[in-house]
Design a protein around this ligand. Sequence first.
Ligand code: HEC
Length: 441
Amino acid sequence: MFRACFFLVLIASAGAAEISFSRQVAPLLIDQCVECHRADKAKGGYRLDTVERMLKAGDSEAAPVKAGKPEESELYRLIATHDEDDRMPKKADALPEKEVKLIRDWIASGAKVDVADVKAALRSVVPEQQAKTPEKYPQPLPVTALALNPAGDELGTSGYHEVLVWEAGTGKLKARLGGMPERVLALAWPAVGQMAVAGGVPGRSGEVWLVNPAQPKERKRLVSARDCVLAMVASPDGKLLACGGADNQVRCFELPSGKLKWQIEPHADWIMGMAFSADGKHIATASRDRTAKRIDAGSGQIEATYTGHESAVLSVVFSADSQDTLSGDVQGEIRRWDGNGDLKKDGTLRPGGRNEVLAMGFAEGDNLVTAAGDGAILSVDVKARKVKGKVSRHEDRVNVLLVRRAEKGVRIISGCHDGRVRINEMEKAEPVLQFVASPGW
Ligand code: HEC
């Protein structure tokens, strides 16, 4: 699915050496622990906001870090325990195995602290992010995620360990939000000061962050999963955020707090695509297990399972009246379902031949827009089951599609595997704007 070589070149310099507290352990503690263990909120009488405090026991009086002895270190014991009531971080997913192992190895190898001032705030001992994100990209990076701000004048796109923010009118780069997942695979921008960023590293980690684009240091990690988060949607009113991915889980959060509302495992394989209904009541999921589902957004109850696709389902969308769900698969078939989970009469269509349906959106009424593996973006009349026209034609697969109804008509924003972003208007053959969404290109 991804062009791995580009990423490998960039990672090659990382190397495996002695564990660095300041570079590897401290950032993890800051993301996952300091929120509840600091001056104004010392849960369990324990603080983790300076090295000195980290080493001092809390209410339990058990040593948090005993050099060379992870099993006797309360800090390690509590992140590694299988007892969910005791486990840290409290009320959240367990840390990914890789991170638990990192802390174990750090303590086992002597818990060395490469910090000059042990009284300094933990945040200040973390060196500035190593230059993971190149100033200019060696080659265009595939566009795997897009989000428009609520006003519609700024566009966020996926970068390497960063989110890039562009002026939607001109394609001018406005900001780079660093410190993000290596691969950014889904974006949502439900409110002015709130962007959600999802992604990870395949087979290793999945992350979702809430970040204020104007103040990128204000960020909160909502998810640490075992594998990539592949899809994410915000409700139309911006109050809920749902995500799903390669751990087959769907998680739903309240916004702006980021509090977990529910979490379920609706599918037997990866969740590839998600949609929110216009009325905000339902979430649809597309999965590699060849089904799509409709879930009650408030409770996390599964309302309907759509079975019948013969290949992995990649994309889903709701009809404008929130009644029907459409799902698109690897072999180019789109199926239209009613709320009970039944296929509608004349409910299958194949507008783009055998090309995988990677993304869909509704322009108006029965006018569906589809994006496919061959680069075609089509406008399809769902009721009449026929292609009305070609919106655009990219040179490579179209990974993401945003359909935005604005005063001046419908805008279709697409992100291509070759790194290009295009903004089209429904009735115009030429794009309103096209640019390569990689700095330096
Ligand atoms: C959401 C809040 C929250 C987060 C996040 C959190 N903790 Fe805790 N922590 C608590 C609470 C509450 C206690 C008190 C014991 C209990 O209720 O289980 C505690 C207790 C502890 C203790 C025992 C202190 C003592 O001596 O009694 C340690 C050690 C600890 N946490 C480490 C961590 C680490 C390491 C992380 C990050 C991986 C973390 N905590 C994240 C809430 C949190």
